[in-house]
Design a protein around this ligand. Structure first.
Ligand SMILES: [Zn+2]
Length: 325
């Protein structure tokens, strides 16, 4: 049960494909990996399952978009383009572009199961025309066409819980694993590994302490410069039920692309209400893992760490294996 967090061999070689549920997930969940992969010379591709039609918005400026699904979709597509530019993503498609017959899959929405704990689930009624209402085989087939088109070496998505339980995230995980299995069996794409975004429990406690320190510094600041309707709220305490991890964790350092990820998050103006870089104090010996702090619509202060942690399925080949590409 020993746990190893190690560097990732052959980083930035070939194509990385990130499969996500909504515009903003690519930046919030895997922004550092995408930007670092691009910076290392690789090709970074994002597929997004929905246009985030049922997302909340921040501030009076965008409140007219809530309930206006076409308006929200168009606006968030614009934000997504800005974020993808900032991250250096080379190619993007919505998943339904690969659907046969032609389809359009909308954000399914979600219900909070535990707001304080940050876990969500499906709404009581699944909306017609939503991603959750779409036929499973049709969605897997669409992603299969995407995999054959993009031919990724590495695929990245959420873990089985979708990160925090949003039904679209959970379904993206399931569909991705199913489509990858088929693609590998048929030799349709040279996929070596699927990465699930996760948390490194060894680093989480240090991050929680650094976040609490940031909170003590900024909690009194007013953030309503442009009519934001919510104030910041304190960070969540370190989760007690962290994912169990063994020796298949991959740590991707992202400090070198911090500004790219911040710019990407800033592009999602309907979703991110506050973001600030954390200055690394030169006399710090503790090694503050935070490179930025930010808040989404719920105002809860969150931290961007100097690395992103992924679980690799199957584990990536050891660096000494001698294999190239
Ligand atoms: Zn999402």
């Amino acid at each position: 049960m020993s746990q190893t967090v190690r560097d990732w061999p052959q980083f930035g070689q070939g194509t990385l494909l990130a499969v996500h549920a909504h515009p903003d997930d690519e930046s919030l969940s895997t922004g550092g990996l995408l930007a670092a992969w691009h910076q290392a010379g690789g090709r970074a591709v994002v597929i997004t399952a929905t246009r985030g039609e049922r997302g909340e918005t921040i501030g009076d400026e965008f409140s007219h978009l809530e309930g206006d699904h076409p308006g929200m979709a168009a606006h968030r597509h614009g934000e997504l383009r800005g974020a993808l530019d900032a991250l250096g993503v080379n190619h993007h498609r919505f998943l339904d572009a690969y659907a046969e017959p032609q389809s359009r899959w909308a954000d399914s929405g979600m219900a909070w199961l535990d707001v304080a704990g940050g876990t969500a689930g499906a709404t009581a009624r699944i909306p017609a025309g939503s991603f959750m209402a779409a036929d499973q085989d049709a969605v897997v087939a669409a992603l299969g066409r995407a995999l054959a088109d993009v031919r990724p070496r590495v695929v990245v998505t959420y873990g089985p819980d979708g990160g925090y339980g949003h039904p679209d995230h959970v379904r993206v995980h399931q569909v991705t694993m199913a489509a990858v299995r088929v693609a590998v069996e048929r030799g349709a794409a040279p996929i070596e590994s699927v990465l699930w975004r996760t948390i490194d429990p060894q680093a989480a406690a240090v991050t929680a302490a650094a976040l609490a320190e940031q909170w003590s510094q900024i909690q009194h600041e007013a953030i309503g410069r442009s009519g934001h309707r919510r104030a910041l709220r304190p960070p969540m305490p370190a989760a007690s039920a962290l994912p169990v991890v063994e020796d298949d964790l991959v740590r991707v350092p992202i400090a070198a692309v911090t500004q790219d990820v911040i710019s990407a998050l800033q592009a999602h103006r309907t979703q991110v209400q506050f973001i600030r870089r954390v200055d690394q104090s030169p006399d710090s010996t503790t090694g503050n893992p935070l490179v930025a702090v930010y808040a989404l619509s719920n105002g809860v202060l969150q931290g961007m760490e100097d690395h992103e942690t992924y679980r690799a399925n199957p584990p990536l080949a050891p660096a000494k294996s001698g294999s190239v590409n």
